[in-house]
Design a protein around this ligand. Structure first.
Ligand SMILES: C[S@@+](CC[C@H](N)C(=O)[O-])C[C@H]1O[C@@H](n2cnc3c(N)ncnc32)[C@H](O)[C@@H]1O
Length: 211
């Protein structure tokens, strides 16, 4: 188990209300125009308490909420009971339990989790994400920049490196935008974010196409 996951386990009691205090609608504002394209099957990887999973579920989408920390999963099941959400205990970079379901998703969400993966894990993660993306699917990620907490290790996320990794694995880059934190605590710590979105390429040669 990674140190980050252990850190989330220990801090879960305090983190649950903090995660729940965030407005998904406000958080997803930078990519809102991409979400209105009618994704049907969503996977939220590192779903935390399922705040965003519930937001997608309320829009009528079927969500697989993947979260390795049992305290967060159990809180999510209680806080967001919905027939549109299914919870799964699984862990990046390999997501073995997700892969064994042999499903593809129209929308893959990695919200505030990439910074917990080291370079080797990131290399292993991207092909898994590509494998899970449907032909007209979309991968959306938010990358955290700035200090983390010592018990939940935080690696710097260079958007260019993420884009290159995605292009190598058969995605094309369709969106990139910087955003400030919406949580007061993160704002004070000068944490900022980059939102990225990728679509699978049908071509052998990937291309950069930032809009
Ligand atoms: C900053 S929280 C974000 C939670 C949620 N996406 C949100 O925006 O509220 C990071 C989440 O990623 C999960 N996580 C950390 N490492 C992970 C890994 N290797 N695989 C899957 N989830 C992981 C943590 O347990 C935690 O729920």
């Amino acid at each position: 188990m990674s140190r980050a996951i252990q850190g989330y386990e220990k801090a879960s009691a305090g983190l649950i209300p903090r995660f729940e205090a965030v407005s998904s609608a406000e958080l997803y504002t930078p990519v809102d125009h991409l979400l209105s394209q009618g994704a049907k099957r969503v996977i939220d990887i590192g779903a935390g308490t399922g705040r965003d999973a519930a937001w997608f579920a309320d829009r009528g989408q079927k969500v697989l909420a993947v979260e390795p920390v049992s305290q967060l999963r159990e809180a999510g099941i209680k806080l967001h009971p919905s027939p549109n959400i299914q919870w799964l205990d699984d862990t990046l970079p390999t997501l073995p339990h997700v892969l064994e379901r042999e499903e593809k998703f129209d929308l893959l969400v990695l919200g505030a989790i990439w910074h917990h993966l080291d370079e080797d894990e990131r290399r292993l993660t991207m092909p898994v994400l590509r494998r899970l993306t449907s032909a007209d699917g979309l991968l959306i990620m938010s990358l955290r920049h700035g200090p983390g907490t010592s018990d939940r290790p935080c690696f710097e996320s260079d958007p260019e490196q993420v884009i290159d990794l995605a292009l190598e694995q058969g995605f094309r880059s369709i969106f990139r935008k910087s955003a400030d934190s919406i949580q007061a605590r993160n704002k004070t710590a000068e944490v900022t974010w980059t939102w990225l979105a990728f679509a699978p390429t049908a071509q052998d040669r990937p291309r950069k196409n930032i809009i």
